[in-house]
Design a protein around this ligand. Structure first.
Ligand code: SF4
Ligand code: SF4
Length: 139
């Protein structure tokens, strides 16, 4: 078995790093671009406990039945997942924000309707303004 990571649906919540008992996951802002985060999972530290895939809210981490080949000690720093997770931009103001994939919306709300998808293309500030104008000014 082996953990696999889909960087296109990661919402950068850091839950996986928090629940990993082996400290095998590291998520950091990259030095040269503050809209890109680096995600690293060290296979040689991973105990395959499954906590990260169980608690990941967007399905970005999953146990695969691909073989997790044991690597030589000299390869311990290369036997890892290294991927970048990029922020997206608010559809209204352009502010950098975390993209919320359909898998996350479905887990959180039980569906991912076009209305929800449109709503979550906005940053938290624009979302509040949008909701306020919809519910209060145009009920
Ligand atoms: S399976 Fe367990 S040990 Fe491996 S990365 Fe996930 S939480 Fe950490
Ligand atoms: S992989 Fe999952 S749990 Fe980890 S930061 Fe991304 S969305 Fe959160």
């Amino acid at each position: 078995m082996k953990i696999e990571f889909d960087n296109t649906v990661c919402v950068l919540c850091h839950t996986c790093a928090f629940v990993c008992p082996a400290n095998a996951i590291c998520i950091e802002k990259t030095a040269n671009n503050n809209e890109v985060y680096s995600f690293t999972l060290w296979h040689n530290s991973c105990t395959l406990c499954g906590n990260c895939s169980y608690y990941c809210p967007s399905g970005a981490l999953r146990m695969s039945d691909k073989e997790n080949a044991i690597s030589l000690q000299k390869h311990k720093y290369t036997h890892a997942i290294h991927k970048a997770v990029s922020l997206t931009h608010c559809a209204s103001c352009g502010e950098a924000m975390v993209a919320l994939p359909d898998t996350f919306l479905a887990n959180a709300f039980g569906s991912h309707t076009p209305l929800l998808q449109e709503h979550f293309r906005l940053c938290p500030t624009c979302r509040r303004t949008h909701t306020f104008s919809q519910r209060v000014l145009n009920p």
